[in-house]
Design a protein around this ligand. Structure first.
Ligand code: URA
Ligand code: CA
Length: 440
């Protein structure tokens, strides 16, 4: 095949054949195409888009570029959950034990923190002993032992995505819908759970800034899943401010434990329960029965007990006393009194990463006691002497004054009350296509 012709075809808005898509993905994984041709094709796809068939071929070829676990082949009842990423998104740590307590087994491949968002694997590392590096066989054993497996994505999963993602990053082609779908779904399908619940974030702290664009992504992700035989639903949720109040590793673990004990933050709880319910409905539960069961396991201690079993099975000591504590804390006060009208979650996430919950170099150690606790939400009335957040300082040397100032500036305070954005907008189908202007 003359790949220049394929690039020209896509540049001019044409459709690629399955063969052309396969050549492209192979070119990325085995180096049989030079980076300039891969980059040109990425830009052509970014500008011209892809149809549903092309998107599915792209996803399948990326999936087949690496190791395919196909967990559903051995444990058809397993569900997976994926979030498109955000700040204060502690959901995975809470969802897995809740579903395990209910008897819906869960498997998730998790990643490290990236930029402003903290990674689930990093949060789990806050528990001494947790081992995320698991083979397929060990993952099946974990599912059987404790009802949940949260494991690290191996280097052998969708290797084409690593090459393409790195090229997208330097060619301004990250936002392309089919490229995002291929990237996310190739990794989800590699794990191969038979059911997948998606949390697609919209808003200032998400990479889809409008409801319409989040909905478009939700529809495209679900379509690929369903066409490949995976039960799938997507909820569109708010990321115009951090989801939960804790941004960090040990502090998010503590927040998860608070919810599993029947308390905790109401927003984080609501989204987590909504996603659990969505997963249960995919598994044939009636939504009302699911809600009752979810309330039950949170109230009677069985979700917390499931968490302890999960931690032990993954090699960790679940004793919360072992979680790292901050070395010191700094309260951050508002710049004015009034109402919180906006909250820059992205910058708060970057502050949390900088103080120790993330890495500035790939090999940097995390400071597990470090992070940011957010005390106010959009719509809240605050007084001048009321802290809006707390900076948790850990073992890393940081410029505290500068971080405190950045936290303060992340909150916009105005004289008039505003309505907080709706937390769960619903499924893609619940939201009319005409939510286009997406100013809500
Ligand atoms: N997450 C991914 O894994 N890939 C993307 O392209 C976007 C989000
Ligand atoms: Ca709208």
């Amino acid at each position: 095949m003359n790949f220049v012709e394929a690039i020209a075809e896509k540049r001019d808005g044409g459709g690629l054949t399955h063969d052309q898509v396969a050549t492209f993905v192979r070119g990325a994984s085995d180096g049989s195409l030079p980076p300039e041709q891969l980059a040109a094709m990425l830009m052509a796809i970014c500008c011209s888009g892809m149809g549903a068939d092309e998107t599915r071929w792209l996803t399948e070829e990326m999936l087949n570029s690496g190791e395919v676990w196909d967990l559903a082949g051995d444990r058809p009842e397993v569900v997976d959950k994926h979030s498109t990423g955000g700040v204060g998104d502690t959901v995975s740590l809470v969802l897995a034990p809740i579903l395990a307590a209910i008897g819906v087994p869960v498997a998730m491949m998790a990643g490290r923190g990236l930029g402003h968002s903290q990674g689930t694997l990093d949060k789990l590392d806050a528990l001494p002993g947790w081992n995320s590096n698991r083979s397929r066989g060990e993952t099946l054993d974990l599912i059987d032992t404790c009802g949940a497996a949260i494991v690290a994505q191996t280097d052998d999963v969708a290797p084409a995505d690593r090459t393409l993602y790195a090229l997208r990053d330097v060619t301004a082609t990250v936002p392309s819908l089919p490229l995002i779908v291929g990237s996310i779904m190739s990794k989800k399908l590699a794990l191969g759970a038979g059911a997948l619940i998606l949390d697609v974030k919209w808003g200032s702290g998400a990479f889809r800034k409008t409801v319409a664009s989040a909905r478009e992504l939700a529809v495209a992700l679900r379509q690929v899943a369903v066409e490949t035989g995976v039960l799938c639903e997507a909820l569109i949720t708010d990321m115009n401010q951090p989801l939960g109040p804790a941004l960090g590793t040990a502090c998010e673990m503590r927040e998860a434990l608070a919810i599993l004990s029947g308390g905790g933050d109401t927003r984080l709880r609501e989204v987590t329960v909504g996603l659990c319910r969505g997963a249960m409905v995919l598994r044939g539960w009636d939504a009302k029965d699911a809600t009752a069961a979810l309330d039950g396991v949170l109230a009677d201690g069985s979700a917390l007990a499931a968490w302890e079993r999960i931690a032990v099975a993954h090699g960790a000591d679940p004793d919360p006393e072992l979680l790292a504590c901050p070395r010191s804390t700094r309260e951050v006060f508002a710049s004015a009194e009034g109402f919180v009208t906006a909250c820059d979650g992205e910058d708060l996430g970057r502050v949390a990463a900088e103080v120790g919950a993330g890495r500035r170099r790939v090999d940097e150690e995390l400071a597990h006691g470090a992070g940011v606790l957010v005390h106010v939400r959009i719509g809240d009335r605050i007084e001048i002497d009321q802290p809006v957040a707390t900076l948790l300082v850990g073992q890393r040397e940081v410029d505290q004054e500068r971080l405190v100032d950045r936290i303060r500036r992340a909150f916009t305070i105005g004289p008039e009350s505003v309505d907080p954005p709706k937390l769960i907008l619903g499924t893609a189908d619940d939201i009319a296509e005409s939510s286009d202007n997406s100013d809500q």
